[in-house]
Design a protein around this ligand. Structure first.
Ligand code: OAD
Length: 258
């Protein structure tokens, strides 16, 4: 656990209190304490252990749909087991109390489980599926983690009843475009906010990483919540070096009670 310095927290709070519109953008670090691995953390990150070209691209899927599907089934099992933590609940409270915007790169739906609404999902949602060839929506239930037979059944991708193509998760893969409505909505929010807060993202993947810069270009203050610095840290007006589950409830305690 990293102790958040009082002066840093005070500075963040004065930025929040002076703002009319606040936008939060979360990344994989937001879900790390719910048991879902990040992508780029040195040892535990998914991309330290698995090849993104094989598992997160259309080419990889074409080469070996069963392996890709089975990897996502493993990730879907982690998602089924995961529960939102105090940080997710704090963000949902900010939305309800102050109408803050919420953009996420995460595909796990934990913000919604914590009660957040109108979550802008930039990279899709791992809970839903469609067919690879035509993107026809498919209803593939989430794995039942208590049922061993179910786990085996779901290892090969089901077929689309309309076109016969195999299922893929509704997440954005490398080389694919982001959902247009999510992208436009996120851009509009970033453009018009007074404060943009990045939580648990390495700020290496664009266009998501560009939203903080877009906000800054329009005069917004930038706050980063992350245990370590990122390539965008130089742009920060305030950096809170701590974990999401610890920092967000601290902010909530001060913002919601005052
Ligand atoms: P990364 O794995 O690149 O970065 C996670 C960040 O979270 C790192 O900067 C960590 O320091 C930070 N972190 C770790 N634990 C934390 C905690 N408890 N509290 C706060 N921060 C913590 O994940 P993203 O930036 O989300 O794309 O990655 C962006 C995209 O790259 C993902 O959406 C995914 C990936 O390829 C797709 O799947 C399309």
């Amino acid at each position: 656990m990293i102790c958040v310095e009082k002066s840093v927290l005070d500075s963040a709070l004065s930025i929040f209190k002076a703002a009319k519109t606040v936008v939060w953008m979360t990344g994989a670090g937001m879900s790390a304490e719910s048991g879902i691995p990040t992508f780029r953390d040195a040892q535990s990150g998914l991309w330290a252990r698995f090849d993104p070209q094989q598992l997160a691209s259309a080419e990889g899927y074409r080469a070996d749909p069963a392996s890709v599907w089975s990897w996502y089934q493993w990730r879907r099992r982690l998602v089924v087991k995961a529960k939102p933590h105090a940080g997710h609940f704090a963000l949902a409270e900010f939305q309800k109390a102050f109408g803050h915007g919420l953009i996420t790169q995460n595909v796990d739906g934990l913000h919604q489980l914590a009660g957040a609404s109108e979550v802008i999902e930039l990279h899709g949602n791992i809970r839903s599926s469609s067919c690879f060839a035509q993107r026809h929506p498919l209803s593939v239930p989430m794995p039942d983690i208590n049922d061993v037979a179910d786990a085996e059944l779901l290892e090969s991708p089901p077929h689309c009843p309309l076109c016969g193509s195999t299922a893929r998760p509704d997440v954005v893969w490398f080389g694919e475009s982001l959902p247009m409505d999510a992208l436009q909505h996120a851009e509009a929010l970033s453009y018009g906010c007074d404060v943009f807060v990045s939580v648990g993202t390495s700020s290496q993947v664009y266009p998501a990483a560009g939203f903080a810069l877009l906000a800054k270009s329009q005069g917004a203050k930038i706050i980063e919540i992350n245990p370590v610095a990122t390539p965008l840290s130089e742009q920060n007006d305030c950096a809170i070096r701590g974990q999401a589950s610890e920092v967000l409830p601290l902010i909530a305690k001060r913002l919601l009670l005052n």
